[in-house]
Design a binder for this molecule. Structure first.
Ligand code: SF4
Length: 356
């Protein structure tokens, strides 16, 4: 029997793992053991599961597999950010970024996961959007990014104080709302208190404006944070920077966000990439205030991280501050996002993998 005919265990919830154990003539608690080894210990080899008898491990290995993505390459930034190049079973590659929340590298981390191999949206400033869209990732490949990154971190930081991934943001490669079913399933698995134990309020889904997906997300019973990448506050400029705007112009997008806020009772965050001499004028600030203020939302400003081959430039700090001041004076809750991993092309909008 080759691995294609075997059953993938990663991505199963506890009940499904118990059912798998029963299907193998084993008691249900063997499924709970598998669950613990996979989601707490990041194990992908049955032979490491020392509390399961050897012959049962062999039997499981004959029938199933656990495909935590392989880390092919790892780059570490001066600030401790790690960018992983990961390979899926079908050899498709994606990038995942692990960002320390403080200078203590044995402390807490935020993981930026990818939801697709490439991205069909082709935003003008984004490295991912310049590549070829290949496919959606499945839930087990999304959860696998967390286990694979954590496993690497545990190996590299040989310190008794356990580093923790306490936040996950869907801000890597791809538009998560185009892959909503698998994203939701991955969140349910990461949220399980008997496994990864990641609170839903520590998870952020970021969209470039998939208005239909926002309405669908509002129907899910989730406590996650929604971040909307605005990047321009008038349709003409947004059509240019974020082409999905032609399908869902600002009026449609803002109506979907309003419905989301009313349905879920949760605030949204707006992300705004600052492009020098493109979208940070006084008029842009005024347009943004008109759109965002009624929603009582937070605005996160992200000074652009330059991408080779693209013409956009990062504004100098005085322009960043000026735009920030305008927005604050217009009454918005605004902050400037601290940059991480810019020196290893791991910052926002810089992720890219050549198709294979
Ligand atoms: S910014 Fe996001 S949605 Fe736009 S092309 Fe890049 S990955 Fe896709």
């Amino acid at each position: 029997m080759n691995s294609v005919e075997k059953i993938e265990l990663l991505g199963m919830n506890m009940l499904e793992m118990e059912d798998f154990a029963v299907s193998q003539g084993q008691p249900r608690f063997r499924g709970r053991q598998l669950h613990r080894w996979i989601y707490i210990k990041d194990t992908s080899s049955f032979y490491e599961m020392s509390d399961i008898p050897r012959e049962i491990r062999q039997q499981f290995d004959d029938k199933a597999f656990i495909s935590i993505p392989r880390v092919l390459k790892q780059r570490v930034s001066e600030d401790g950010t790690r960018k992983f190049l990961m390979e899926m079973n079908d050899k498709k590659r994606i990038e995942t970024v692990l960002i320390p929340q403080s200078a203590n590298l044995n402390g807490r981390y935020t993981l930026c996961v990818s939801s697709q191999v490439g991205c069909p949206f082709r935003c003008a400033f984004c490295a991912t959007g310049q590549g070829v869209f290949q496919r959606n990732l499945s839930a087990h490949e999304i959860v696998g990014q967390l286990l694979g990154s954590r496993r690497e971190l545990r190996r590299r930081l040989k310190n008794p104080q356990e580093p923790l991934i306490t936040n996950v943001v869907f801000m890597g490669m791809g538009e998560p709302l185009l892959n909503l079913a698998q994203v939701v399933r991955s969140i349910q698995i990461m949220n399980d208190p008997r496994g990864i134990q990641l609170g839903q309020r520590h998870i952020t889904i970021s969209t470039c404006g998939e208005a239909h997906g926002i309405l669908r997300l509002a129907e899910e019973d989730l406590q996650v944070t929604l971040a909307v990448s605005l990047h321009a506050a008038d349709d003409q400029l947004r059509d240019e920077l974020v082409p999905i705007n032609k399908k869902y112009p600002l009026e449609t997008l803002m109506a979907a966000i309003k419905t989301y806020v009313e349905k879920t009772g949760r605030r949204v965050t707006f992300e705004y990439i600052m492009l020098d001499e493109v979208n940070i004028g006084r008029k842009d600030a005024e347009n943004m205030a008109k759109l965002v203020k009624p929603l009582l939302a937070n605005v996160n400003l992200i000074p652009y991280n330059e991408v080779g081959g693209l013409l956009y430039r990062k504004p100098d700090p005085s322009r960043v501050k000026q735009f920030y001041n305008w927005l604050a004076a217009l009454g918005l809750n605004v902050s400037i996002r601290e940059e991480h991993g810019g020196d290893i092309e791991a910052a926002c909008g810089q992720l890219a993998v050549k198709p294979n």
